[in-house]
Design a protein around this ligand. Sequence first.
Ligand SMILES: *Cc1c(COP(=O)(O)O)cnc(C)c1O
Length: 499
Amino acid sequence: MMYNSTRDNSVRVTSSQAITQGISKDGGLFVPEEIPALTLEEISNMISLKYPERAEYIMSKYLTDFTGDEVKECANLAYNEERFRHPDIAPLHQLGDGVNLLELWHGPTCAFKDMALQILPHLMRVSASRTADGKEIVILVATSGDTGKAALEGFRDAAKTRILVFYPEDGVSYMQKLQMITQEGGNVAVCGIKGNFDDAQSGVKSIFTNSRIAKRLEANNMMFSSANSINWGRLLPQIVYYVSAYCDLVARGSIKLGDNINIVVPTGNFGNILAAYYAKKMGLPVSRLICASNKNKVLTDFIQTGVYNKNREFYTTTSPSMDILISSNLERLLYDLSGRDDNEIKRLMSDLATKGEYRVSAAIADSIQSLFHAGWCDDIQTADTIKDVFKKNGYLLDTHTAVAVKVYMSYREQTGDNTPVVIASTANPYKFSASVLQALGEDFESSDEFAKMDKLYDITSFEIPEPLLSIKGKAVRFANVCNPSDMEQAVYSLLHIEG
Ligand SMILES: *Cc1c(COP(=O)(O)O)cnc(C)c1O
C-alpha cells in the first residue's frame, strides 16, 4: 500500500517513508491510497486475540512494506505489562446504562497519547532503517500537554534519535508541565513557548516545511520527523483500540457481532476521532461518531455549518489538551470526503492560512453531518459532570473525558439514540488534580500538586498512578522559554548546531 499527500496526489510514498518524513514537503498529510477492509468474520476472529495481536493484525494491513515479524515485534515491544499498568492495555469500563469508557490512559504518561507513542518509536526505527540513509532523526513536537510527555517517554534514549518538545508555557496543567520539564534521557529537550498550542504547532509545521532549515540539518547528517498526529504512525495505532473495544463488547455479550455502536471522542487536533472514522470506514459497525469539544468549539461550529473559522477568541479551559483552534487532522477527513480532491484541499488550506477561514462544499458538509454529531460544553458543565458521575457511579473522570460524557448525555437526551456507546477516556484524573478537586467541591488551598493528589485520593480512593507519584522530588532539567518567532533558533541551540 502506498501513501499520497492530501495536497498532491502525485506524491506517492511507502509507509516507511510516510512515517520517517512525518509530513509531505507540500505541507499536506500522508494518507493511505485506500482504506483496507475489515470484515465481520475478521473481527470475529480477533475476539480471542490479545491486544498486541489485535494491533499486529490491523497494522499489518497498512504497513505493507514492513515484514510480518517487524510489525509483530513493534506491537509486542509497545503493548506489554512493563509499559502498561493494565493487562488488557486498553480496558473497557462499564459505567452502566449502555455506556462504556475505553480507558486509554494506563500507559507510562497516563494519557491516551501513549497508545500511539509507545509504538511509534519502534515503527520509526524500522522505517528509518529503510529510508533515513543513516541520518539522525530529530523529532520535533508541538504539544497541548499530553503528546509532549508521551513522545519524550517513547523516544527517550532511542538510538540515532533526538526529540525536542515545544509546549505553551501557560497552557498546560501543572502536572503536565512537571512531567515534561523533569524528563530524563540523554537525547531529549523541552522548551516553553510564549503563546498557545496553535502558535507552537504552526511554528513546528513551518520549520518542517522550510527547505533552508532542512538543508542545515542535512549538513549535520540529521533530518526532521514528527511525533504529532500529523504523522501517519501516530494515527494508525489509534485505529486498533476502537476495533479492540468492539471485540471486547462482543466477547462480554454487551452486543452481538454486527451490531452498531456509537463512538464519542473528546477532540482537539481531530486525530483520535479520525482514527475512529477510519475504523468505521474499514468496516467496524459504527453508526455515529460524536465529536466533543470544550469552549474552543471551532469543530462543533464547523460540523454544524460547514464553515471552519479560527478567527475567534482562544480560551484556556480546564481541558487544556483540547484548547486548539487549528485541528490539523481535519485535512485528512476532508480529503477523503472530497473524493481525494487534492486541489480542493489545497484551496481550503490556503484559505485557512490566509483568511483563517474556509467553507466546504455542500456535498462535503452533508457527508460530515451524516457521519458526525458535534457538541461542546463549558468548564462548569465539565465540573458538574465529574461530580455527578462520581456521586452516581463512584467513578472519577478527568476533565477531557468529562467533556465527552457531557456531550454524549446531551446527545442521548436530544435524540433518544440508545445505541451502545464507547466513550474514549483520554486521561487519568490525577493529571488534572486541581480541576478535578474543584469539580468535587473541595476548596483545597495548596500550591503543592502532590498534596492535591493526596487530597483527591482521600476523597475518592481512586488509585494514584505510580508514574505521577514518582515525579515528586525529580529535578527540573528544562526551564527555558522562548518566543514563537525564536523557535528556529531554539532548535539549533538545542541540537548544538550552528544557526
Ligand atoms: C490530545 C488529547 C485530546 C485530544 O485528542 P486529539 O487527537 O488531538 O483530538 C483529548 N484528551 C486528552 C487527555 C488529550 O491528551
